[in-house]
Design a binder for this molecule. Structure first.
Ligand code: S3P
Length: 165
């Protein structure tokens, strides 16, 4: 069985998944890393050269591939839940936990990073609010939700571990 972390950009999926994997002695896999390795290009380049639709196609292939793995803590990209089949594939063999955070916490975590094409825009705070709104029903497809706004990585990890017992 896998543990799959979904949620908006900047909610802490990567750091929490890494710490959780260490604690549970499970393997850690990052869906964005798999996409980049398979495509041989960073996500920024995939978006810039081939567009978001192509990125979503690659994301779907990668989600399918890693769904067949076992005993992995999987950190996903913030948009993976937009595709119903991705959610079904990932949930088939695992527990899906959604990490959330306030728009303010998200902005302060992502504002100095240029690696996210969807937030590399004139008004990132507005983009965050708009995307959070439209994606809310999709994130609700997770089995559990944890708000990471005021939590340390360790606290978030402990909350997920409790869900397992
Ligand atoms: C995206 C989130 C990113 C990455 C891509 C698209 C999204 O991953 O997959 O830039 O649509 O929310 P993180 O959530 O790890 O930043």
């Amino acid at each position: 069985m896998n543990i799959i972390l979904v949620g908006f950009m900047g909610t802490g999926k990567t750091v929490v998944a890494q710490a959780l994997a260490r604690k549970l002695k499970m393997k850690y896999v990052d869906l964005d890393d798999v996409i980049e390795a398979d495509a041989g290009r960073p996500i920024n380049k995939i978006f810039a050269e081939s567009g978001e639709n192509h990125f979503r196609y690659l994301e779907k292939q990668a989600a399918k591939k890693i769904s067949s793995l076992d005993k992995q803590v999987i950190a996903t990209g913030g948009g993976v839940v937009l595709d119903k089949q991705n959610v079904e594939n990932l949930k088939k063999n695992g527990m899906m936990v959604c990490l959330t955070a306030t728009p303010e916490a998200i902005y302060s975590r992502v504002k100095d990073q240029q690696s996210r094409p969807l937030l590399n825009v004139d008004k990132p705070q507005e983009a965050i609010k708009r995307l959070l709104d439209t994606r809310q029903p999709y994130y609700a497809r997770a089995d559990f939700t944890i708000d990471t706004s005021g939590l340390t990585v360790e606290q978030a990890v402990n909350k997920i571990v409790k869900l397992l017992t």
